[in-house]
Design a protein around this ligand. Structure first.
Ligand code: CA
Length: 231
């Protein structure tokens, strides 16, 4: 704008991506055609970008979803022209990578604590193909136990699978991403009866137990539609 008739300066603005997740970065680029482009200065303004110079500029987009406009002003002597580009910022997906499990296996003083040893934590994005994330190598204690591991992948479903000698036998089962407890829809294999179905591992009551009718890895319990509780 404001280009004198003697100016030969045509400016455009573009971005390396039109959609970016919150807090991400994007490269803004200005194009210029005309004899006055030589030696011109480029100055960018927009949300979080104040008078930053350069024909290309790597910026960090806002942390709130929305559509934001960035404007470049190209100046050569008395010639000045502007161009703008819009960037749509979308919410970053929540990271719900399970990396900690908290569980309660059998009751204090019970038999069979070695049945926990060999149980696995698995993740899946389709509910049918499961990836081993962690294998428990400790016996149960009849009280709360925690296991941490290095998974960084967010799965839509996570589950506990009993060892080859296990029957489920969990009084409670909780999945975490760091300190954030994962939410989801409980699922699992049946219990001996309705009084010890898999839902007893998720009822928040350390006096109710999930216990399968048969031994082995058929016994599983977990969460589908995994999400992260809001902090
Ligand atoms: Ca329970």
């Amino acid at each position: 704008m404001g280009c004198a008739t003697s100016c030969s300066l045509s400016v455009g603005a573009s971005a390396s991506a039109s959609t970016v997740t919150t807090g991400g970065s994007v490269t803004l680029s200005a194009s210029c055609s005309g004899s006055d482009c030589s030696g011109a200065t480029y100055t960018w303004n927009g949300p979080g970008v104040s008078a930053q110079t350069g024909q290309t500029k790597v910026i960090t987009v806002p942390t709130t979803a929305g559509t934001y406009s960035y404007t470049v002003t190209v100046v050569k002597g008395s010639c000045s022209q502007q161009a703008s580009v819009n960037i749509t910022v979308t919410s970053a997906p929540q990271t719900c990578a399970v990396n900690r499990v908290r569980l309660w296996f059998r009751a204090p003083g019970d038999c069979c604590m070695d049945r926990l040893n060999g149980a696995k934590i698995q993740g899946s994005n389709n509910g049918s193909t499961w990836t081993d994330l962690y294998t428990i190598t400790q016996n149960g204690t009849g009280s709360w136990q925690e296991f941490t591991f290095g998974n960084t992948v967010s799965y839509s479903s996570v589950r506990f699978v009993a060892s080859s000698t296990g029957w489920g036998e969990l009084f409670e089962l909780e999945f975490y991403s760091g300190t954030t407890k994962l939410t989801g829809t409980p699922f699992g294999s049946a219990g001996n009866s309705s009084t010890d179905n898999f839902d007893k591992a998720f009822d928040g009551n350390t006096g109710t137990q999930w216990h399968g009718p048969t031994v082995g890895t058929v016994n599983n319990a977990g969460l589908s539609n995994v999400g992260c509780a809001t902090n």
